[in-house]
Write a protein that binds this ligand. Sequence first.
Ligand SMILES: [Zn+2]
Length: 412
Amino acid sequence: MKRLLLILLVLISLISCKKEAEDKKVVEVKKPEPIIIEFGFKLNDFDVVQDTIVSGDNFGNILEKQNIGDKKVHQITERIKDSFNLRNIRIGKPYTMLRTKDASKKLQVFIYQADIANYYVVDLRDSVANAYKKQKPISLKRRTIATEISGSLSETLSKAGVNASMAQNLADIYAYSVDFFKIQKGDKFAVTFTEKYINDTIFAGVESLEASFFEYKGKKIYAFPFKQDTASRKVDYYDEEGKVLKNMFLKAPLKFGYRISSKFSTRRFHPVQQRFKAHNGTDYAAAHGTPIVTTASGVVEKTGYTAGNGNFVKVKHNSTYSTQYLHMSKILVRHGQRVSQGDVIGKVGSTGLATGPHVCYRFWKNGVQVDALRQKLPNSEPMNAKFKPRFMAEMAPLKKELDSIAAIKFKK
Ligand SMILES: [Zn+2]
């Protein structure tokens, strides 16, 4: 009996062994290698080396490391310099080398990725090198989302499957009407936008925002971008009635009667100091005593007098932006005072280093002085009545689309 049991055990283990062997056999069956096409080449045919440009790298020494003699490297660089500017090679950018699969591993093709979509190819397979620039296929995806706020704006967008970079677009458009630090559950928004993708899969940014509404404290604010001048690049934002959306910043710190006498620049000849220095502001010349207004709402961060600035006021608008106003003849606000967009804060003068009455307007972004005239914040202007029919015709279907998707989404 014992022996029989033993035989049985041996048999069972033999069978299971055979089964294992069979399983193994299945695994060993070689699947055909998937064909990988990238940059227009079948990578399977090459020995592929992928690397990143590091400090000290240049096209020449990368090639030399591939056993291409410096005479040949020189020939190649001369040959391709018109189609591929080798000086533009930057640290941190990826590159790919396709080499022969045999023992010689001879370099065949060099590919430099300038950015997410654009790349340069240097083809060394012919006796004369050939270089060209190519772009990966870009596709556009248009969609509309409607969602309720949960967490911050970017958290809400992420939950809705939208890249968080959209938060900046919305924050800019609604900077005047929505306090994004105070948005809360119950607030809602909907947005129609187009995204850019490379090879259909890699997100490459928001291409355009076509329509949106933000329901804040129970009030729905629509925004539709519109070009009054179709040839210009300037986009203004309007509500569903064609009324201009208020901007976070006014165009200028003076309401009327001014001219820009000097722009922001890294180097200009200072008329008083008689030497070259950076000009960190925009000068608006106006009559002595003209009211100076704060371009955005906020809190007066600083007031005072310095030999250079004269009488000045600095207003903090939020954690990102502050503005400063110099050379006042009179300061009309106190430190810590809350001010609204357009409030008069002082009067034009020529205190400090100034040749004539003007206000030097300084714009601070994240603690750094930047050119106010070059900020990409919406700076919409009222619509000329003659464009209104075109606006209404373009806006109507966009609004209908937003509303119908929001109706489905927010149906109780
Ligand atoms: Zn100035």
